[in-house]
Design a protein around this ligand. Structure first.
Ligand SMILES: Cc1cc2nc3c(=O)[nH]c(=O)nc-3n(C[C@H](O)[C@H](O)[C@H](O)COP(=O)(O)OP(=O)(O)OC[C@H]3O[C@@H](n4cnc5c(N)ncnc54)[C@H](O)[C@@H]3O)c2cc1C
Length: 410
């Protein structure tokens, strides 16, 4: 080690200060476990795009338990839309407005706000709890044994930990270091995703709108989702589209003007083009039951159904629970069993989420004659049979509900 190198020892190291890593740290801290976060980016980083705007109630509850007030803050700063609407080739086939947001324990079913805000509030909670964060210090190597884990960073710092949570995102170094591999597929079509700033003088009614074959968007499917301060416009490319061309400033502005309204033409603040991956690591833990993958380090899903950040938060809480039990275990077998249980449960959850997002993706891009004729038949029947319209409204997000839940222990 060089002069500036540090050798430190902590019960738990979390790699990554994204939403998964920060939740893991807060959930461990709430359980009385000391934790250090190592983050590759500098503290003044700029994270682009609204990304995980749709925050599920389970996530709000987990955040509230990990740092009282945090879940509620996301609710206070976010928005809840009460109308969902679906149009087929420009004609409305379903509309439902809910009289109140619902929720029986003080938290609503969801809230919608930019992921950067969520991360900002999480970081404030991390700082309030005096959790150690080392910025600009990427994890480079992870070596586990039966007795613990040694983590070395790019800056040459060395950490000895009982357990490590790899929450270092899609390109996870921790995943590679434990020899786990992503397996899965990628979407056939590309999707264009743009963030549009709200017009404060004349805001649109906050409602989630799905257009099948939008006549003003060249017959492409278009999803409009409001979040606090703006709109997500999600356009599904056709097979022969050149996605790069569609993200060109003039073209995306034109599509936004046609789908969201002329006043939004010059309000595009971020645009990107994606092919969605549907992949899961072949295992969520290392051979020695000392390293746990969480969030996008362990799985990537297409965003329909909002299973990305939400499932990362669930992983994080389950990892914190398992590690807490393992740290207090009187015999090794209990500790090993607890971590093994995490590995199995979260792999099952990832499979559930992948299948659910996959169903949505297949429905959206699948051109099987059966799917196509079901959609046409439902669009025809929607005028006189509401469930047909409701099915068209629901299907782009996959099945309702979530994977089997493991109850966290505090
Ligand atoms: C267009 C789009 C829309 C989305 N919409 C939704 C949605 O509506 N709802 C939803 O739930 N999800 C959504 N998602 C997914 C969501 O953004 C991700 O699932 C979420 O950011 C994953 O969080 P994470 O903490 O696991 O990973 P990340 O957010 O990627 O965080 C990983 C962190 O680890 C750091 N890191 C990387 N390598 C290292 C290293 N070697 N050492 C230390 N640190 C490292 C990174 O700098 C980063 O800070 C969307 C994503 C996209 C792209």
């Amino acid at each position: 080690m060089g002069d500036s190198d540090v050798q430190s020892s902590v019960p738990v190291v979390v790699a990554g200060a994204g939403p998964t890593g920060m939740t893991a740290a807060l959930a461990l801290n709430a359980r009385g476990v000391d934790v250090t976060i190592l983050e590759a980016d500098p503290e003044d980083r700029d994270r682009p795009g609204s990304r995980a705007i749709y925050v599920h109630k389970d996530t709000l509850r987990t955040l509230e338990q990990s740092h009282p007030g945090l879940g509620q803050r996301l609710v206070d700063e976010g928005i809840i839309w009460s109308t969902r609407r679906t149009l087929w080739r420009g004609k409305e086939v379903f509309e439902r407005t809910y009289p109140n947001p619902g929720g029986d324990d003080g938290l609503p079913p969801f809230t919608s706000l930019p992921q950067v805000w969520t991360e900002e509030y999480m970081l404030e909670a991390v700082e309030e709890n005096d959790i150690d964060v080392h910025w600009d210090d990427a994890v480079e190597t992870v070596e586990s044994s039966e007795d613990g884990v040694t983590v070395e960073t790019e800056n040459g710092n060395v950490w000895e930990a009982e357990y490590v949570i790899g929450a270092d995102g899609a390109g996870s170094t921790v995943r590679k270091e434990i020899g786990a591999n992503f397996e899965g597929t990628e979407s056939e079509n590309s999707f264009i995703i743009a963030d549009i700033e709200e017009d404060p003088e004349n805001p649109r009614t906050k409602e989630r709108v799905f257009h099948y074959d939008h006549p003003k968007a060249g017959g492409r499917n278009v999803l409009l989702v409001p979040f606090q301060g703006g709109w997500r416009v999600d356009i599904q490319c056709k097979e022969d589209d050149d996605p790069e061309q569609l993200t060109n400033d003039a073209i995306i502005s034109e599509l936004v003007a046609r789908t969201l309204g002329e006043r939004y033409r010059d309000r595009v603040v971020w645009v990107s083009e994606y092919k969605f991956k549907q992949v899961i690591a072949d295992r969520m833990i290392d051979d020695h039951h000392r390293v746990l993958l969480a969030g996008e380090a362990g799985h990537l899903f297409a965003p329909f159904g909002a299973r990305g950040m939400n499932s990362g938060v669930a992983d994080a809480d389950a990892a914190a629970s398992a590690i807490t039990v393992a740290l207090h275990a009187e015999i090794d077998e209990t500790a090993i069993g607890e971590i093994a249980h995490y590995g199995i449960q979260r792999l099952k959850a990832a499979e559930y989420n992948k299948n659910a997002a996959g169903q949505a993706l297949e429905y959206l891009q699948g051109d099987s004659p059966i799917t196509k004729s079901k959609k046409f038949a439902a669009a025809k029947a929607a005028d006189f049979y509401e469930p047909a319209g409701e099915w068209l409204d629901d299907a782009p997000y996959g099945p309702h509900g979530g994977p089997p839940v493991t109850i966290g222990q505090y």
